[in-house]
Design a protein around this ligand. Sequence first.
Ligand code: ASP
Length: 303
Amino acid sequence: MHAIAVHGGAGTLPAADLTPAKERAYRDGLERALRAGFGVLDSGGASLDAVVAAVQVLEDDPLFNAGHGAVLAANGQHELDASVMDGRDLRAGAVTGVRHVRSPVVLARLVMDRSPHVMLAGPGAEEFALEQGLVPVPNTHFATERRRLELEQMLAGRAEAGRESLMGTVGAVALDAHGNLAAATSTGGMTGKKWGRVGDSPIIGAGTYAANDCCAVSATGHGEYFIRAAVAHEIASLMRYRGLDVVAAADEVVRGQLVRLGGSGGVIAVGRDGRVALPFNSEGMLRGAMDSRGLLVTGLLQD
Ligand code: ASP
């Protein structure tokens, strides 16, 4: 049994804004990512390679808030966060506030594989990227007109905070045929973020978590709440200590704990049995799942 799930962010996406062409583009992007990751799993590859492959596809797709197409911070820069975790041995890598790394998830994996640390921030992370031979890109590599307008509207006080821009953080979780779980998340964070703000996406246990004894989780939503609820690790704990299955555990955190706290968003999670959970408490979450039993679904709003 092998399975993969991906997300492309959670938030509000008013039905009126969702033209058939836009819906098709989101679904195509999600499906491309699923197929990239599933191809790795199908040929007997590792879940870790599958989640990185899937996230890279979404980072390169300008529709999503990660890599090319990432949202802008208040200073007009793209400041990117990413993380990855290997459920086999709980190794993890993360980067935050990088501005010149084309694929932050690849850098997060390098932190995990080739440094003695778990998380590198800002200039230090960029220095490590250069040492590892990654070719820097100008910050404008990530720019799109849509994100420029979103920031402009937010700074002018015209945007409902985070409207649509919340849609787009990307992530993947997978179970491979060897029983190994892995998770990865990548984001531009939240439009108009200030002062070196770090969200949940690069924080192990908040936005990303994987452990072979229970599940792999990648989150998307209002990061401050996801950090406070330690969302990804909390789901794992409910499975470990209360014996919940992945669907019940993810539901309890996303529709219970997070709602009580006031945090909107969702998660994708996969259990050791290959069951996938895709709960969200926001208006929509771009999501998809594919498994070796023939499942292939993508979704945008509530079903
Ligand atoms: N969770 C991300 C953050 O707070 C944003 C998102 O998922 O859209 O940085």
